[in-house]
Design a binder for this molecule. Structure first.
Ligand code: PAF
Length: 288
């Protein structure tokens, strides 16, 4: 258990990280919006394994919330988050105010097109531009580092990876495997909103992904057929309403002919007002 240093300003962050780098310490960075759970812990553990100094940012980013998405109700639990960070050997928690992050109205935003407007972007216009913009700012504040993101939010990871490459940012982006409940449900802060019945049925996401992977293992390369198979499985859960089920190249997220190379299966399913996402992948390079 450590006591992380809590920093509130960009200047303090620069000073502390400047000293760490002067001592030759490598920096691992885990950007979060707080309300830290086991999924975040796994990112921090990986960052601590691979780096000398671990920074976690806790910032609920207004730019990635739509007007109806109720930014004010998003959980803010800094005291508890500091305890979690201490348990995971985090050195620095950077928790800036909105004014510190956005001292003046922002005129410059980052948009990774067309990745920002497909799949989740279609139902959350502006969301991924808000994510890309705040992550670009955080990368600039933290400086050269390895940065850790959950594969659970695959589209976010694809957008951030592409942005980092396109803008030549001095950051190595690392995707970390999704943490799951024993029955296969991906951990998400949204799972608590499910009723008992919806929670039971929510395992359908994992089963649909498995059905898609099985079809690919059997040699199917038509993305539409794989999507249809996953959709069929989702429909076996009476309370599930499918948003999308796709099989796509893992980086562009848009199918262009038969599937080959590194493929990702992505799903979004609603249970009442709760929208769950999940994904899994396979490399078809050998034998595709
Ligand atoms: O995944 C999240 O928690 C957020 O989208 C991120 C990457 C911290 C940007 O606000």
């Amino acid at each position: 258990m450590t006591t992380p240093t809590l920093l509130r300003t960009v200047e303090d962050l620069g000073t502390v990280l400047g000293s760490a780098r002067a001592e030759g310490r490598s920096v691992g960075f885990v950007p979060t919006m707080g309300a830290l759970h086991a999924g975040h812990r796994s990112l921090m553990q990986r960052a601590a394994d691979e780096n000398d100094c671990v920074v976690v940012s806790v910032f609920v980013n207004p730019l990635q919330f739509a007007a109806h998405e109720d930014l004010d109700r998003y959980p803010r639990e800094l005291e508890q988050d500091l305890v979690v960070c201490g348990e995971e050997q985090v050195d620095i928690v950077f928790a800036p105010s909105v004014n510190e992050m956005y001292p003046s109205p922002i005129l410059t935003t980052v948009s990774v097109s067309p990745l920002h407007r497909i799949l989740d972007g279609a139902s959350r216009p502006g969301h991924f531009d808000g994510v890309a913009t705040v992550v670009a700012k955080l990368f600039s504040m933290v400086g050269p580092c390895r940065a850790y993101f959950g594969e659970k939010d695959w589209q976010q990871l694809a957008i951030i990876s592409r942005m980092t490459t396109d803008l030549s940012l001095p950051v190595t982006v690392r995707g970390c495997p999704t943490v799951r409940e024993p029955d296969g449900l991906a951990l998400s802060s949204r799972n608590v909103y499910l009723t008992d019945e919806q929670r039971t049925q929510a395992t359908v996401l994992r089963r649909a992904l498995d059905a898609g992977l099985e079809l690919l293992a059997a040699g199917m390369r038509d993305p539409e057929a794989v999507g249809v198979r996953m959709a069929e499985v989702v429909r076996t859960a009476s309370d599930a309403e499918l948003d999308y089920a796709v099989a796509v190249p893992a980086d562009t997220l848009q199918a262009d002919g038969d599937l080959s190379g590194v493929v990702r299966l992505l799903l979004a399913v609603r249970f009442g007002t709760t929208r769950l996402i999940d994904n899994d992948g396979v490399d078809l390079s050998n034998g595709s």
